[in-house]
Design a protein around this ligand. Structure first.
Ligand code: PXG
Length: 482
């Protein structure tokens, strides 16, 4: 038995395998004594203790009790290249030994930050006349969206239109957890804590067909109507007061809400008509998740700013940022004057070095193409089968992410009462059966590493089916089916 349980928790994977098991109880006691977890009911957690994750390899993670778990969420939508990539550790080590930190304030720069900016500019496809030649760095998606708010305001100020302040977002969107990020997001639970949103941020309904379509409405018509809510909001506020519209290409944390094909072209028409900036928050959707380097490429729209984080380093080290399109960059650069905004870790050399190594892996293994042409279509095929399950009202995929809705009546697509928390019951079965799948209300969602093989997709689908069966038996026993 190790005398210091922490020593085995922080040891590298190869070593952990040979070390005695972690003292789970001791770690859990320290955890609840000192660590306030994000988005957590602290009192509830203290009652039963956290699950302690000790290592990862490929698409699997292991907990301190030795259980092997298939991580169908890539950590938190980020470990795109899978766990245990030595190249990324080597890149961090090399950079730490060369220059672990220097700032990019005061007209200084560092080599990895410059190289990464140039690399991202190359990977981001040009749309029409617009290209992305510039990057503003942060350390997370939330910070990046704060930077977006600052940049958008600065842009309109420099153009002599300071009254253009309102940013329109969507209900059930997730754009982070800082004051601006949570305000841009459309989560009512977050707004309720902290007097949010901050001024000049407003929301329209989301393009969620299953919930918001009219009886008998086609998906095609619903997409156009849902985009129309943006135009209605612009007219309500006054077009001359609207600065930008921000949206995730697919709403991730909101439950993998995939908009109809007609939605994005109509959104583009509307933002063009009123001249407002378009921000594509691709924190989840970029870097191969949807089968392209960037999601705007897949959906064919033309954003002015693109938020990124997570997959840029596959989550191995924090890094985020904004791709700044020509329209905004030109004004910020040519009009001059200092932009009074930035972070200690903007362009952190170690994070940028890891990102470069991560993108190299993604290019070498052609992960975006693999999602588009191979594992994405295979996942879609397997999800058609999952859609047949008696508990599943709808099952959809896009690239390498998927969502399904649990219903109490498959024919009438009737939903369970919210307080039954059927999604959480299903998630519980997933945990006990060695599968990480998220529950967002009664939507069960996945976003697995982009390195998954067909055999591993089969293994995951078998686990999902087993957990759906177990949930079905439980809700049936409780008399909750209709
Ligand atoms: N934008 C989007 C689209 C995101 O998905 C953020 C911004 C914020 O990124 P940071 O790095 O500040 O967390 C995110 C993050 C969930 C979940 O429950 C999703 C996220 C974060 C935490 C939980 O699915 N996405």
């Amino acid at each position: 038995m190790s005398t210091n349980p922490l020593s085995s928790v922080i040891a590298p994977p190869a070593l952990v395998q040979r070390l005695p098991a972690v003292d789970t109880k001791a770690i859990q006691a320290l955890d609840s004594a000192h660590f306030l977890h994000p988005f957590t009911d602290f009192k509830d957690l203290a009652g039963h203790g956290s699950r302690v994750i000790t290592r990862g390899e490929g698409i699997y993670i292991w907990d301190s009790e030795g259980a092997k778990i298939l991580d169908a969420m890539s950590g938190l939508w980020c470990v795109n290249v899978g766990y245990g990539r030595k190249e990324l550790a080597d890149a961090a080590h090399r950079q730490m030994m060369t220059l672990p930190y220097y700032n990019s304030f005061f007209q200084t720069t560092n080599v990895p930050a410059v190289q990464l900016a140039a690399k991202l500019a190359k990977l981001a496809p040009k749309v029409g006349e617009r290209s992305f030649q510039h990057v503003f760095y942060s350390s997370s998606g939330s910070e990046s969206n704060d930077s977006n708010v600052r940049m958008v305001r600065r842009y309109w100020d420099l153009l002599g239109q300071p009254q253009r302040k309102v940013i329109i977002s969507r209900i059930n969107a997730y754009h982070g957890s800082t004051m601006a990020g949570a305000s841009l997001g459309g989560m009512s639970g977050m707004h309720a804590q902290g007097d949010l949103p901050i001024p000049n941020i407003t929301h329209i309904e989301q393009p969620y067909f299953f919930e918001n379509a009219l009886p008998g409405e086609s998906v095609h018509d619903f997409g156009v109507r849902a985009a129309g809510w943006l135009e209605a909001k612009i007219l309500e506020i006054g077009a001359d007061k609207v600065a930008a519209f921000i949206a995730e290409p697919i709403q991730g944390a909101g439950g993998v809400i995939i908009p109809p094909a007609t939605y994005w072209p109509e959104i583009q028409r509307i933002v063009d008509k009123y001249g407002i900036l378009l921000i594509s928050d691709e924190v989840i959707c970029a870097f191969g998740r949807l089968g392209a380097w960037f999601a705007y490429e897949k959906f064919g729209y033309k954003p002015d700013l693109v938020t990124f984080a997570k997959g840029v380093t596959s989550g191995y080290i924090p890094l985020g940022g904004v791709l700044v399109g020509d329209r905004v960059a030109k004004v910020l650069i040519e009009k001059g004057g200092e932009f009074n905004h930035g972070y200690t870790y903007s362009g952190h050399p170690v994070a940028c070095a890891v990102a470069l190594a991560n993108l190299e892996i993604m290019e070498r293994e052609q992960l975006p193409q693999r999602v588009r042409d191979d594992i994405g279509p295979y996942l879609a095929q397997r999800f058609v089968e999952i859609g047949q399950h008696p508990l599943v009202g709808a099952a959809e995929t896009c690239g390498f992410t998927a969502g399904l809705v649990l219903v109490k009546n498959k024919q009438r697509l009737e939903r369970f009462a919210e307080n039954l928390s059927v999604g959480m019951i299903c998630r519980g079965h997933c945990f006990s059966n060695g599968l990480i799948m998220r529950a967002v209300g009664d939507r069960m969602i996945i976003a697995p590493p982009l390195t998954m093989t067909h055999a591993q997709i089969d293994e995951m689908v078998a686990l999902i089916t087993r957990c759906l069966d177990l949930t079905y038996q439980e809700v049936k026993k409780n008399g909750w089916l209709a």
